[in-house]
Design a protein. Structure first.
Length: 75
């Protein structure tokens, strides 16, 4: 696996951003986008801010935790 790139050095202009259908169409959500073999995450309220970049394994762990209810106390 390639080492994780510095988000400040990535061109995100071609990323197709997706957000949860549970956001209700508002801007109070995070958006996810693929950037090569990585997943970028940005705040939908501030799309010009540099996104965070994670490996697919990191995103898988996050999603598994969310599906299991591990983060329900954060609602």
């Amino acid at each position: 696996m390639t080492s994780k790139p510095d988000p400040a050095e990535i061109d995100f202009s071609d990323v197709i951003w997706e957000k949860s259908p549970f956001s209700g169409g508002s801007d109070n959500c995070v958006e996810f986008g693929l950037i090569g073999e990585f997943v970028a995450i940005r705040d939908s309220k501030n799309p010009t801010q540099t996104p965070l970049v994670y490996t697919r394994a990191e995103i898988a762990a996050l999603l598994d935790g969310a599906k299991s209810g591990a983060f329900d106390h954060l609602r």
